[in-house]
Write a protein that binds this ligand. Sequence first.
Ligand code: ADP
Ligand code: MG
Length: 360
Amino acid sequence: MARIRLDHIRHAYTPELAKAGTYALREVDHAFEDGGAYALLGPSGCGKTTLLNIISGLLTPSEGHVRFDEKDVTRLTPEARNIAQVFQFPVVYDTMTVAENLAFPLRNRRLPAGEIRSRVSNMLARLGLEVKANRKARGLTADEKQKISLGRGLVRSEVNAILFDEPLTVIDPHMKWQLRSQLKDLHRQSRMTMVYVTHDQTEALTFADKVVVMYEGEVVQIGTPEELFDRPRHTFVGYFIGSPGMNVLPCRVENGAALVGQARVPLPAAIDGAGRAGRLELGIRPEFVTLVPRGTGLPVSVERVEDVGHERVVRARLFGEKLVSVLPEGTPVPAEADAAFDPAALNLYADSWLVERRPA
Ligand code: ADP
Ligand code: MG
């Protein structure tokens, strides 16, 4: 196993695209620590698959280096890197049986027959495929085929890392949940470095210790689920994580307060907004916006109240800006109310990037 270092990686798919400045990866400089469980989270087209293929060696980056521990592997083939990769759609050998499919990567690596047998039967049990062990893969469902794909990656416990590219896309929702918790258990037992690509925040947050959020070819934040929730480093992370996403209100800063229209929101002393150039925005998650009696807070007009499970989602306007509040179910919402922001949950953004709080 290894620490995987992406050293100033940039990638354009053709020289023409590079000339035009169209990079699928604009600049990624990051390390995946040995033994970590990471999720790579971002919308479709942000560069997740490109990054995964650069780690595994299916793609050579236009610029930068990939290192496993201290070794430069940028020019090495996937085989030489000893990485297992599970793709979005199943890759199985139709003419082989389920068991032979699982044994295939181990035979390639010339493991002793006894070892292969025990690993394969162990994996068949984990995946619930024992009864199908001697069936040809042809004719199995997409679900079952994808389980074989996962199994083929997971039997190779000696790999440097295992990469999953949206592997549960074709799996039905119930099975998804089950397979995801199995992957998590497997990580706990094996402490293999795992990188799991998804565009689904729930999937990312439940699988990973650390979530790497990508946006338009860049890593915008790496953090624990709590860090992404409390202090989104970029407004995109605020929108993308959480449901509904963070409120982002255009503002000015004067005398230690953010002005949203004519509403004055005092900023905590740790947020230094004075003299910031660029486009300023105030971020606050809906969970930290409460309603208070008219005349005691920020003047809002309530437009809509939705009851969603155990929450009431209040959609309002503050000087024309959309403002969402999430309240516990049953909380009364008067027609005339003001809003209040929890100061501890305020974030200030300059040109979409967080103005870091001064340490206490
Ligand atoms: P994701 O996996 O996050 O959906 P990708 O890594 O597949 O994103 O794609 C990132 C960007 O690179 C997209 O703009 C996509 O259109 C482009 N791209 C992906 N593969 C190719 C390719 N083979 N040739 C040219 N452009 C590509
Ligand atoms: Mg992809």
